[in-house]
Design a protein around this ligand. Structure first.
Ligand SMILES: [Zn+2]
Length: 478
């Protein structure tokens, strides 16, 4: 029996206006090599200056993850040669990081678990290589973009826990509004260290490092694969090799990239251009005071304040944007459970289907509530409401306009409906007979016929009652 031991390293790009140590713009998608200067290119004589905002964001994350902020911290040069690193070193933090010893709570199947955070430190990103069959290009726009490295202790014991940790971490980071946390754009990147050891042993097994995973699902799949790969090796009496492996999502396997012997041996030394930093207690306190209500707290509050289930509260609060949206609706309409149902099912299904990020869901809460009020007044059926919502999401029109345009209001005139019911009774003698002979289900067919005739604009419950009344009368007369 083995125990899985996983540690995760997350790199997070901070969305500051400018880079970590110079005034170049920090933005994604600009023409290559247009956002560069002597500092981020490391030209001789240039001097880095720490971006105050980057430090503030880093402190926010550190405090949100319950870390201790160090009294003194410094920056070091991590030396290695790589074409996307114009200085031949990366400014990072080695033995005196910004913050250490934090934790993030996750929910596992059986319990609530704390994943300890070893350190959160600030560094700069490297440039980007673009390979074509004939040549390689380099874009230095990303060089010098502020990056946070968030490293856990090896406290994670399954691929599922790793996934939970990442989902929770991302949610906290989104609440802090310090990064767009977009894995596809590379603003959130994750590496994992995995090893197995005999259950009960306190000695760590030989680990592999997994890279190249660009979604949380990929992390989970890669870990699952790697855990079973290592188990097979150990079961066969062999030894796992310490190496870096890449996740190949298409094949669903990890492949060896380099073994330990080939691994970089970084030489770190203090960056002489950057002094040792201290952060005033007052600054730390003022940042602490600005920390928002976090997803877990908000989830608890939603359960209490709006009487929502844990599931609903969790789905709503995982994204700050959705939680804010829900609360703006709840101010307009005193039926939180109904609002939650529409958001967690219809709206999320629509966004999912169209691959629209939640943040780009811009239907005003007034419009959604407008629809719910029409539904509540029984002017449309629930199914019609679902169709109308989709049109609203496509067109941003309000519900009333769409319902009028498409003539979707339920038939409110009783005599109109009676006429149709009479007609259906007349045209379907077999079903009528079946019903009168005691086949209760035959009524459903007749209801269906009326709904068809009215193009769904009748209230099925009303139709059902009306049919039964009429048939009872007819039956009594026969
Ligand atoms: Zn620059």
């Amino acid at each position: 029996m083995y125990e899985t031991v996983i540690g995760l390293e997350v790199h997070l790009q901070l969305k500051t206006k400018t880079k970590a140590f110079c005034g170049c713009a920090n933005s994604f998608g600009a023409e290559p090599n247009t956002l560069v200067c002597p500092v981020c290119l490391g030209l001789p004589g240039s001097l880095p200056v720490l971006n105050k905002k980057a430090l503030e964001y880093a402190l926010k994350v550190a405090l949100a993850l319950n870390c201790e902020v160090k009294e003194f911290f410094k920056f070091d040069r991590k030396n290695y040669y790589y074409p996307d690193l114009p200085k031949n070193y990366q400014i990072s933090q080695y033995d005196m990081p910004l913050s250490i010893n934090g934790y993030l709570e996750i929910d596992t199947e059986t319990k609530n678990k704390r994943i300890r955070i070893k350190r959160v430190h600030l560094e700069e990103d490297a440039g980007k290589l673009i390979h074509t069959p004939e040549y390689s290009l380099v874009d230095y726009n990303r060089a010098g973009v502020p990056l946070l490295e968030i490293v856990t202790e090896p406290d994670i014991n399954s691929a599922e826990e790793a996934y939970e940790y990442l989902v929770n971490l991302k949610s906290v980071l989104e609440y802090l509004e310090v990064s767009d946390c977009n894995m596809e754009k590379g603003s959130l990147r994750c590496d994992a260290n995995v090893s197995l050891r005999k259950k009960g042993s306190s000695v760590l097994g030989i680990k592999t490092e997994l890279k190249n995973m660009n979604s949380f699902k990929a992390v989970r799949d890669a870990l699952d694969f790697e855990i079973s790969r290592q188990r097979k090796i150990l079961d066969g009496g062999e030894r796992v090799i310490q190496e870096t492996r890449l996740w190949d999502a298409e094949e669903g396997i990890t492949i060896s990239m380099r073994t330990k012997e080939e691994a970089h041996d970084y030489r770190y030394f203090p960056d002489p251009d950057l002094v040792i930093f201290t952060v005033d207690e007052k600054v730390i306190k003022s940042i602490k005071d600005t920390l928002p209500e976090f997803p877990r707290q908000r989830c608890l509050r939603f359960q209490k304040e709006y009487s929502l289930s844990f599931y609903d509260a969790e789905v709503l609060t995982r994204s700050k944007y959705l939680a804010d949206y829900f609360e703006s609706c709840a101010k307009l309409y005193p039926y939180p459970k109904e609002i939650s149902n529409w958001l967690t099912t219809e709206v999320l299904a629509y966004l999912n289907e169209k691959k629209i990020p939640i943040e780009e869901f811009t239907l005003e809460s007034e419009k959604l509530i407008g629809l719910l009020k029409i539904l509540q007044a029984k002017q449309i059926s629930r199914n019609t409401a679902k169709d109308v919502l989709r049109i609203m999401l496509d067109t941003n029109k309000d519900a009333d306009t769409i319902i009028k345009e498409k003539n979707l209001f339920l038939i409110s005139d009783e005599s109109d409906l009676e006429k149709i019911v009479d007609e259906v009774i007349k045209n379907n003698p077999n079903s009528v007979n079946d019903y009168l002979k005691g086949k209760e289900n035959a009524i459903m067919f007749l209801v269906g016929q009326v709904m068809k005739q009215t193009k769904g604009k009748a209230d099925p419950v009303r139709v059902n009652t009306l049919l039964k009344t009429k048939l009872k009368k007819g039956g009594d007369n026969a």
